[in-house]
Design a protein around this ligand. Structure first.
Ligand SMILES: Cc1cc2nc3c(=O)[nH]c(=O)nc-3n(C[C@H](O)[C@H](O)[C@H](O)COP(=O)(O)OP(=O)(O)OC[C@H]3O[C@@H](n4cnc5c(N)ncnc54)[C@H](O)[C@@H]3O)c2cc1C
Length: 503
């Protein structure tokens, strides 16, 4: 893994000096000065421009203030004014999942849809010893099938889309179809690269959380973030260093929340499950299983109430009563349409649509999860990958007659997984493929469902997440037909709008 600090914000007055050719090497090239100046706004009446200059003139005092304000007074949000960009190379897809779990950050990642894979993978530290031949062997088998499948699928998609072979960009799209389906053969150890941006508050939380990961690679990532960002902004990335913390605050750094909460609860829940009849193995899902498990009762009423409330000065009770009346006499539809009149496929729905919420259980492949996890404005909880849930096989793979080869690969992958689990149960997941599946809970409000639908029900979206999002939206639309009347993929949006007479 390689982590490079690609950028961070420094005061613009320093940038201006550098642009004028002045020597700025003695000036504080750190985002701490901006954070501290903003923190001081709270109590210091001077103009913020002066506060920024004061921080630049005395960076040591600024650092002391940051420690005091952020860590002693717990005013941690001021650390959000410092931002860091990182290049991350040679990281596994599994480790990317751990990183992207932290949703208040920004990520742009190498796409396995758009780039051909060359067989490179991360050898997890956990399997560097006697398990290595097994791990390497499995990677070879998976990558061999990827290469074979890619060639066959490319011919298949070319034959299916002859009209797309003229223009270069369309040929690329056809190649993408082959790549995105062949990749169901490769593992979560496959190398990725991404650009990652986080503010200091998130970064610090993330370092503490990643440090307690059971995966060595993830802990390494945390150490990289700590050493790179900590060197530039020591007063903002402070809670992460046990020695410095104890020196600073005279008490030990207690990280039980990160190290124990989930592992202890897992054991506790396992005992509870045993006590109450053991695991249910009768309810294994069929492919693409999406269940709507909970939703705001009277979801349309909740949305209409919110629209009335934010556009009047009436109390909530009056808005609720009026909403019920409008729904009963049919006037609510026109009101929701009025809210949607100026919407277009690229703008998000308005905040009123957050009043209705939905909870789904989705069983999805790792390839699909890799996309769903990027929808940060939802609450997502995942189980570990579970070989009992089977694997997702792309329809194209079945069409070209490679189904049995993929199934044989998944069988040997599962055997390797069982063997590797004897060394390390969590790290064994590295060997699982993009086709392996897990259960996920997605809690999203109707505003985010509009967004998921626009991007993922759209014809440009990858088929696996198209299927999942289509099923999610179909179930939610039944419960909230007005609220979600215009929640469709970008491609269908204009037509649906016109069908609904929203002009
Ligand atoms: C066809 C397609 C191809 C894609 N290809 C790639 C790819 O190659 N590589 C890749 O990395 N990703 C790719 N993505 C994923 C994409 O970049 C988004 O991360 C993903 O679709 C989630 O969308 P979002 O960030 O808009 O939504 P969400 O995270 O669900 O957020 C919803 C909305 O909230 C707002 N929001 C959320 N967080 C922030 C924030 N931090 N700052 C400002 N506004 C915020 C935005 O308005 C956003 O639209 C692709 C997506 C699609 C549909």
């Amino acid at each position: 893994m390689k982590v490079i600090l690609a950028g961070y914000n420094i005061d613009a007055t320093i940038i201006d000096k550098a642009k004028r050719g002045e020597n700025v090497s003695e000036l504080p090239l750190t985002p701490e000065t901006v954070s501290v100046a903003y923190a001081r706004i709270s109590r210091d009446p001077r103009p913020v421009t002066e506060l920024r200059q004061r921080s630049i003139d005395d960076v040591e005092s600024a650092r002391r203030s940051a420690r005091n304000i952020i860590f002693e007074m717990n005013h941690q949000s001021v650390a959000e004014h410092a931002t860091f960009n990182f290049d991350i190379l040679d990281i596994s897809r599994l480790c990317v999942e751990h990183l992207e779990w932290h949703r208040l950050c920004s990520f742009t990642e190498k796409s396995q849809r758009y780039q051909e894979l060359v067989g490179d993978y991360v050898l997890p530290k956990e399997f560097e010893g006697e398990a290595r031949p097994l791990f390497d062997g499995m990677m070879k088998e998976q990558n061999n099938l990827y290469t074979k499948a890619f060639g066959i699928l490319l011919d298949y998609f070319k034959e299916k889309n002859p009209e797309m072979l003229e223009k270069k960009w369309e040929r690329r799209v056809v190649e993408g179809y082959a790549k995105e389906d062949a990749r169901y053969a490769v593992s979560l150890a496959t190398k990725a690269q991404l650009g990652f941006t986080a503010n200091a508050r998130n970064l610090e939380y993330l370092i503490r959380s990643l440090r307690s990961s059971p995966l060595d690679e993830t802990r390494q990532l945390a150490e990289n973030f700590y050493s790179l960002a900590g060197a530039v902004a020591p007063s903002l990335i402070l809670l992460t260093d046990p020695t410095e913390y104890e020196k600073e605050f005279g008490r030990p750094l207690v990280e039980d929340h990160f190290t124990k909460t989930h592992s202890n609860t897992r054991q506790y829940v396992a005992a509870l499950l045993e006590k109450h009849g053991g695991p249910d193995v009768s309810n294994l899902p069929v492919e693409g299983d999406v269940k709507l498990v909970d939703w705001t009762r009277d979801a349309d009423r909740a949305t209409v109430t919110a629209i009335l409330h934010s556009h009047t000065k009436q109390p909530i009770e009056k808005c609720g009563q009026l909403a019920a009346e409008l729904l009963k006499n049919g006037e609510a539809e026109a009101l929701v349409k009025e809210m949607l009149r100026y919407s277009n496929p690229w703008e998000s729905a308005t905040r009123e649509f957050e009043a209705a919420g939905f909870t789904f259980e989705v069983v999805l492949s790792a390839a699909c999860y890799g996309q769903m996890k990027r929808h940060r404005m939802s609450t997502q909880l995942v189980q570990d990958y579970d070989v009992e849930l089977g694997c997702t096989i792309p329809p194209s793979v079945i069409d070209v007659g490679l189904k049995s080869e993929f199934e044989a690969l998944f069988k040997s992958t599962n055997e390797a997984y069982s063997e590797l689990a004897k060394y390390d149960t969590v790290a064994a997941q590295y060997v699982l493929t993009n086709a392996h599946r897990r259960r996920m809970l997605v809690v999203a409000n109707a505003r985010e469902l509009h967004h998921i639908s626009r991007l993922r029900e759209d014809a440009h979206a990858q088929w696996d997440i198209q299927n999942v999002s289509r099923d999610m939206l179909a179930l939610a639309r039944e419960k909230a037909p007005l609220t979600l009347m215009l929640a469709w993929g970008k491609d269908a949006f204009s037509q649906k709008k016109s069908e609904l007479n929203i002009e």
